[in-house]
Design a protein around this ligand. Structure first.
Ligand code: IYR
Length: 230
């Protein structure tokens, strides 16, 4: 993607200027906040289909995220194939069984009690799409030589935030799922060794009896998460 020869700085005028009046700013962010506060992580998905068109748009939003040296060190694998979803579920549940039967350690397993999770992951098969997020630890030029990527976890984290926000805007629900360890995903998704799996997003619509853990509605207050230095 990056040719060593063309590494030079050029600038163009700001393509889009989204400046609006102070009043419009307040109204815009208030509405957006209200909508974002309606986002809930769910574990109970219906099998209602979601078109590939939607997936394409949300991935383009994720791909627009800022990244270290603009290297965009991410790759997304979107799976709707039932057989691959089953294989991902099978491999994930093997790891989760080990985790929940003690591998995770007492403190971690206790911390998850209010969330109500366990080793069974039916959503990996029920939901119409799984999006597997990979971090590209390094890039490879067409001639096979490697180049370094920078701030990879930070860049992938930002892109993932964009992606979850875009999925919510599309009216979809998401579960961030992190089987531990999850190296099996590199092989199952046919990705090269430079690709480190970061998480699975289960994507779809909630089932009619979907629930959320009560504790999930408790969010830290603004005073707890913000220090203002005027
Ligand atoms: N990977 C496990 C355990 C798990 C860990 C955290 I941290 C969570 O917030 C939720 C679950 C699982 O997916 O069940």
């Amino acid at each position: 993607m990056f040719s060593k020869k063309s590494l030079k700085y050029q600038k163009i005028p700001l393509p889009d200027n989204v400046s609006i009046s102070d009043e419009e700013m307040l109204s815009s962010i208030t509405q957006f906040k209200e909508y974002m506060l309606k986002r809930h992580t769910i574990r109970d998905f219906s099998d209602r289909e979601v078109s590939y068109d939607i997936i394409k748009h949300v991935i383009q939003v994720a791909g627009s995220a800022p990244s270290g040296a603009n290297h965009q060190p991410w790759h997304f694998v979107a799976v709707s194939n039932a057989d691959i979803k089953s294989r991902i579920r099978e491999a994930a549940e093997i790891e989760e069984e080990k985790f929940y039967s003690g591998g995770g350690g007492d403190e971690w397993i206790k911390a998850l009690e209010p969330i109500g999770t366990n080793a069974k992951k039916p959503h990996l098969e029920t939901a119409p799409w799984l999006i597997i997020i990979f971090a590209e630890r390094y890039g490879v030029f067409e001639d096979g030589t490697k180049y370094k990527n920078y701030y990879v976890p930070e860049s992938v984290g930002i892109a993932t935030g964009f992606l979850i926000t875009a999925l919510h805007k599309a009216g979809l629900s998401v579960l961030t799922h992190t089987p531990n360890p999850m190296n099996f995903l590199t092989g199952l998704c046919n990705r090269p060794q430079s690709n480190k799996p970061v998480m699975i997003l289960t994507v779809g619509h909630p089932s009619s009896n979907a629930t959320v853990p009560k504790v999930a509605k408790i969010k830290k207050s603004i005073d707890q998460i913000l220090t203002v230095m005027k």
